[in-house]
Ligand binder design. Sequence first.
Ligand SMILES: CC(C)(COP(=O)(O)OP(=O)(O)OC[C@H]1O[C@@H](n2cnc3c(N)ncnc32)[C@H](O)[C@@H]1OP(=O)(O)O)[C@@H](O)C(=O)NCCC(=O)NCCS
Length: 148
Amino acid sequence: MKPETFQLREMMLSDYEAVLGLMRRTPGVSVRDADSEAAIARFLERNPNLSFVAEQDERLVGCLMAGHDGRRGALYHLAVAADCRRRGIASALVARCLAALEGLGIHKTHVDVFRNNADGNAFWAAAGWTRRDDVHRFSMICGGGSNA
Ligand SMILES: CC(C)(COP(=O)(O)OP(=O)(O)OC[C@H]1O[C@@H](n2cnc3c(N)ncnc32)[C@H](O)[C@@H]1OP(=O)(O)O)[C@@H](O)C(=O)NCCC(=O)NCCS
């Protein structure tokens, strides 16, 4: 597959099953209760025109979800099908999401990457993102289960 043979388009709720399938097949991407169809529907409704999928030959081969809180952007669930990697798909998805966020006046965006995700860490570093060693992320679960 050459870079020009895939297309990006906005992620729709109708992509849910294909996106979840890709995420489930992709080590390094965690699927939580917050990835239920209802929750993803809420996310897409709150963050329109910011999440994208990559398709080739009518097959969904990549995804990246983006949102913002009015100040900062956040990226979630970057995944590219194993047989389609190193062809620029993730780079194209990130560029599209950042452009969409920038269009809304969001100029700084964060992404969480598991420390043990070698591919993910290599990708973000190669893309020029700054790895933050000066912050810790603290999390709290209020209600819901341990997989919230
Ligand atoms: C990380 C991931 C999304 C990259 O997707 P991709 O489409 O292959 O990435 P790109 O082709 O745009 O790569 C751009 C550059 O990133 C770097 N890069 C990407 N994957 C890399 C890897 N596994 N090892 C080292 N460098 C890598 C390279 O510099 C690459 O350029 P090059 O191919 O010309 O050398 C993909 O490997 C993946 O889905 N991994 C599993 C899920 C994951 O880790 N997601 C990120 C969670 S935050």
